[in-house]
Design a protein around this ligand. Structure first.
Ligand code: XMP
Length: 322
């Protein structure tokens, strides 16, 4: 079934919100629903739409998969508390790392490590225990297009990949913002009262820091890239951009530390300018900023001896390295 796009210039916010809340109410009826909040703009907008539609009959969960950025679970719980929405924090770190063990192919990491664990294990259990029959999630049109085109299997695209969620996981997935792209979702998020810290947030991929580790995503390698991400985000904060990322490579590089050979690690930094993620250009980061970033990464992240800046456009690159 093809999805009819609602372009940002066609979007009537009040009508959209009224229609989608009515659709959610009519699908869920007297029952219960749950939703997965990641703290990104898409799932945050859906959380507010869902609560507008269902009130207390929607329970919101943040799954701590151990793959998020520093302080992320606490930031999300606190932000939504201020909006009057209780977010249940679920510690699933062990489950995700166990599923990711031994996987180094990017699509296997997405499909087996993230998608299966998220929907088949963690959410199937939550749905069963809560008595809900519906899962609300923030899939957007771009996620569907990239997945069906075979570019990247976005972790949250299911029906369009032939997955019958009722049969496979025991619940129905509702996707109220699937006709929109990011700029339209930002408008809905703002209209629903989300703070700018969420509505204007740069995107962060569903597979989280696993997408930023080339090869196996072990707890140690994830921790390393998490440290690098904090430093990179701080140093690039003043540079206008859409999304930036620090990527830990699998190859080792010869370095020198304290006069001795150090066969160390390489971090690649990407910083993108784009409107729609379909095409993107590397931002022109001032050289002094890159230099300071490299100094900090090599001195503050254990084992890093090499830092590179990605300069190729999308296409033929993609924004994430894997
Ligand atoms: P690419 O790498 O495809 O990225 O050029 C385009 C945008 O999509 C994000 N991205 C993902 N988001 N699940 C997500 O939710 C994924 O599997 C995924 N892969 C890429 C990426 O961060 C960028 O904003």
């Amino acid at each position: 079934m093809s999805i009819e796009e609602i372009k940002v210039e066609q979007l009537n916010i009040d009508t959209f919100v009224a229609e989608k809340t009515a659709e959610i109410r009519s699908a869920v009826g007297d029952g219960l629903a749950v939703n997965a909040l990641s703290g990104g703009v898409d799932s945050s907008a859906v959380t507010l739409l869902g609560h507008k539609a269902l009130g207390d009959r929607l329970k919101t969960y943040f799954i701590d998969n151990g793959l998020m950025r520093e302080g992320e679970p606490q930031f999300v719980v606190e932000t939504f508390k201020k909006l009057g929405i209780h977010v249940e924090l679920v510690d699933s770190r062990k489950e995700f790392f166990a599923a990711l063990k031994g996987l180094s192919d990017p699509e296997e990491k997405r499909k087996i490590g993230i998608t299966q664990t998220f929907y088949k294990d963690v959410f199937a259990r939550i749905v069963k225990e809560s008595g809900a029959k519906f899962l609300l999630q923030g899939t957007i049109l771009t996620d569907v297009e990239e997945t069906t085109a075979g570019i990247k299997a976005q972790h949250n695209v299911l029906a369009q990949m032939g997955i019958d969620t009722e049969e496979a996981y025991g619940y129905t997935v509702l996707e109220p913002v699937i006709q929109l792209r990011k700029p339209a979702v930002r408008l809905i998020a703002e209209a629903l009262g989300l703070p700018k810290s969420i509505s204007q947030r740069p995107p962060f991929p569903g597979p989280a820091l696993t997408a930023r580790v080339i090869g196996e995503a072990t707890p140690e390698r994830i921790e390393l890239v998490r440290k690098a991400t904090v430093i990179m985000e701080a140093e690039l904060a003043e540079v206008p951009h859409f999304q930036c990322m620090a990527i830990l490579h699998e190859d080792r590089m010869t370095g020198i530390r304290d006069g001795k050979r150090d066969f160390g690690l390489q971090i690649e930094v990407r910083c993108w300018d784009t409107q729609d993620c379909v095409t993107a250009k590397p931002a022109r980061v001032p050289y002094e900023v890159l230099e300071r970033l490299a100094d900090r990464l090599t001195s503050e992240v254990p084992g890093v001896v090499s830092v590179t800046y990605h300069v190729a456009k999308k296409p033929p690159s993609t924004m994430e390295a894997v």
